[in-house]
Ligand binder design. Structure first.
Ligand SMILES: [Zn+2]
Length: 142
């Protein structure tokens, strides 16, 4: 049975999100308006680094909108690569000059084989390069 300090781990790093949140909320003076956009909407206590540090400088008061935006930005940053990769692997679409179509559709339109276009995308070519670069005719195709 854990006792004393080990059991009631108040001062350690294991306080958890809720404990940290309450700790900061009590100590960081609530601003009258959002620290980002200055609007006076209802305020959220927002964490800056995503690490939820027990450090007042890692927190700020933001309006709901800015809070969501900053969280979203953080998620996009973290998930950017997997999402891009998944997009090509499963949806197989390509956005070129503002138009999103399936890769097969683009391939038909520009008259190159689907697998050739697919290969370009998988190699990491961007849409305009993949679509605008003419297909190299190999001797086999001639
Ligand atoms: Zn704001």
């Amino acid at each position: 049975m854990p006792k004393g300090e080990n059991h009631w781990n108040w001062s350690g790093d294991n306080v958890g999100y809720h404990g940290i949140h309450t700790y900061v909320r009590r100590r960081l003076p609530r601003t009258k308006s959002c620290e980002k956009c200055n609007s006076a909407r209802p305020m959220d206590l927002a964490n800056k680094s995503g690490k939820y540090l027990r450090d007042l400088s890692d927190w700020e008061w933001l309006c709901r909108k800015c809070h969501m935006l900053s969280d979203g930005r953080m998620n996009n940053l973290n998930q950017y690569k997997p999402i891009e990769e998944r997009k090509y692997a499963t949806r197989r679409t390509l956005t070129y000059k503002g138009e999103t179509k399936g890769i097969a559709e683009w391939a038909r339109e520009i008259d190159i084989p689907f697998f050739a276009l697919m290969k370009r995308i998988q190699r990491g070519w961007d849409a305009s390069k993949a679509i605008e670069t003419p297909l190299k005719i190999t001797t086999k195709q001639l």
